[in-house]
Write a protein that binds this ligand. Structure first.
Ligand code: NOJ
Length: 551
């Protein structure tokens, strides 16, 4: 397997609005990130991915870009960015930026021009359509709700938007649009950044407009549509001129297509797949463990020896992993945060840690809908009320499911605003910052934070955990995820109980063979461990990693 820096790296995702506020206006900023570089370095991080910091009217918190080559003043200046890049490089951290090229803001100069007239040179940078029999061109539904079509009075046509109406989709069939996008990408890469996370990239091609909506999957008509590869290959040509890493956000891409997207010659170095994370259904309390294991293993096998995975359990769009996949009850909060960490950090791929995940931050109990910022959650709340659901029930559902759970400010200390800011932040700080914060965990060797550090360290010291092959064991088990990472010289065996009940296991004879001296190298329970034999029991969320030399 070809060695690459990004295969050996551990990434950390920064949602800048909520990471660290350096000027006490309640909004995190670039200088806040600069302050925390030493913290990230100590954690063992190799690169950071920063969510959009470009000029934006903030309808979708920066994912509606009005100028790709300027920094939004709330976050600082381009000079601050240059300092951040420089300082990060000095301490050995690479910097990955968010690339949003499926859509712009409706305030972007291209769109402002485009909507002036049908003849405007920028008109075709976006997707326009006449009404059909006095109706929108199709019944397709946008990801954030409502029609994908927005009527433009001035020019008497509809434009297409996969997300909010203030985020018109770019027309990838237009040659000059593509050239302008590629120029912008090169401008950033010439600055010396180390790669991109590419937003919503599976949406850049749309199906034929007359087709009816697919009721089971509203995005199906504009997600991973056949022929998208042509655009992605062109995009890759721009990337290939630099030694960078690329990770595509690829909803709707299945494991069968993994190689095409993230194989050795794929469109991207790796992609964020949605299968494991998508198993969490908003209506259900529990994630089905068997399907969760299957999804992860499917992607592991699909790319083992053929490409590379991006590994993640959280990001700014989903609730906190401890609350969803583990348990945020006092009894198991710490144990399950550690168990989940081990479960995914030792898979084959590049792990991404989302800010706060390393201290086991949990979901928030939002006390009122006014505490919610995310526009999709506000829409869903209004829809629920319109369906006759009472306010309390609607709020509870939103509170459990909103992506704002991931966006509450980073919990640095136990102070009123969590050490994030000195003033009331843009989004409420989770009151459990009193118990869950960086400062206290730095002093506690048993903390989730220390456990993350140890896992990262182990990964760095053992190439087998990076390049070793993947084999799942006891795949039918209802609670335990068990897998091997193997090279010619050694094997690692990772055994994790994903449930809050104890779990009995029986291992295949290849594991328990006599004379195989498995050495326990890390576990999330404190008590002394029995030697590994063919049968045994794991406590709730117990996780262990063993190693053996291959003779
Ligand atoms: C995916 C991003 O992660 C999400 O936050 C955003 O709302 C959409 N893409 C639209 O850009």
């Amino acid at each position: 397997m070809e060695k690459k820096w990004w295969k050996e790296a551990v990434g950390y995702q920064i949602y800048p609005r909520s990471f660290k506020d350096s000027n006490n206006d309640g909004i995190g900023d670039l200088n806040g990130i600069r302050e925390k570089l030493p913290y990230l370095k100590e954690l063992g991080i190799d690169f950071i991915w920063i969510n959009p910091v470009y000029e934006s009217p903030n309808v979708d918190n920066g994912y509606d870009i009005s100028n790709y080559q300027e920094v939004l003043s709330e976050f600082g200046t381009m000079a601050d960015f240059d300092c951040l890049l420089d300082e990060a490089h000095q301490v050995g951290l690479k910097v990955i930026m968010d690339l949003v090229i499926n859509h712009t803001s409706d305030q972007h100069e291209w769109f402002v021009e485009a909507r002036k007239s049908k003849e405007n040179p920028y008109r075709d940078y976006y997707i326009w359509h006449d009404s059909v029999n006095g109706e929108p061109p199709s019944d397709w539904v946008a990801i954030f709700g409502g029609s994908v079509w927005e009527f433009d009075e001035e020019t008497n046509q509809y434009y297409f938007h996969a997300f909010a109406k203030e985020q018109p989709d770019l027309n990838w069939e237009n040659e000059s649009l593509k050239q302008d996008v590629f120029r912008m990408i090169s401008w950033w890469l010439d600055k010396g950044i180390d790669g991109f996370r590419i937003d919503a990239i599976s949406h850049i091609k749309k199906d034929a407009f007359h087709l009816p909506i697919d009721a089971k999957n509203v995005a199906a008509r504009y997600q991973n549509i056949s022929g998208i590869g042509e655009y992605l290959k062109e995009l890759k040509q721009t990337f290939d001129r630099y030694d960078i890493m690329t990770v595509g956000e690829a909803s709707g891409v299945s494991a069968e297509e993994a190689e095409e997207w993230a194989g050795d010659d794929g469109y991207f170095d790796m992609i964020f797949e949605f299968e494991h994370i998508g198993l969490w259904k908003k209506e259900e309390e529990q994630v089905p463990i068997r399907s969760f294991k299957q999804a992860l293993s499917r992607w592991q096998y699909a790319l083992d020896g053929k490409g590379w995975n991006a590994l993640y359990m959280e990001n700014h769009d989903v609730p906190r992993s401890v609350s969803v996949f583990g348990s945020d009850n006092e009894e198991y909060r710490v144990i399950s945060a550690k168990g989940l960490a081990m479960m995914y950090l030792f898979l084959q791929g590049t792990p991404f840690i989302y800010q706060g995940q390393e201290i086991g931050m949990t979901n928030m109990k939002f006390a009122s809908i006014n505490e919610i910022d995310a526009l999709d959650s506000k829409h869903i709340y209004q829809d629920m009320l319109a369906q006759g659901i009472d306010e309390q029930t609607a709020l509870e559902t939103i509170s459990r499911t909103t992506r704002d759970n991931a966006r509450t400010p980073m919990q640095w200390t136990d102070s009123e605003y969590g050490g994030f800011s000195e003033t009331q932040p843009w989004l409420t700080v989770n009151p459990n910052t009193k118990e869950i914060n960086v400062e206290s965990q730095l002093q506690d060797p048993q903390s989730v934070l220390h456990f993350y550090r140890q896992l990262i360290q182990l990964r760095k010291e053992n190439e087998t955990l990076i390049y070793g092959g993947f084999t799942e064991l006891i795949s039918d088990h209802e609670q335990i995820y068990a897998y091997l990472r193997t090279t010619k010289e050694e094997q690692f065996f990772i055994l994790v109980n994903l449930s809050d009940q104890s779990a009995d296991y029986q291992l295949p004879s290849s594991i328990s063979e006599k004379g195989k001296a498995w050495e326990l190298i890390i576990s999330n329970y404190d008590q002394p461990q029995e030697p590994l034999t063919g049968v045994g029991r794991l406590a709730p969320f117990e996780a262990r990693t063993y190693r053996v030399q291959v003779k």
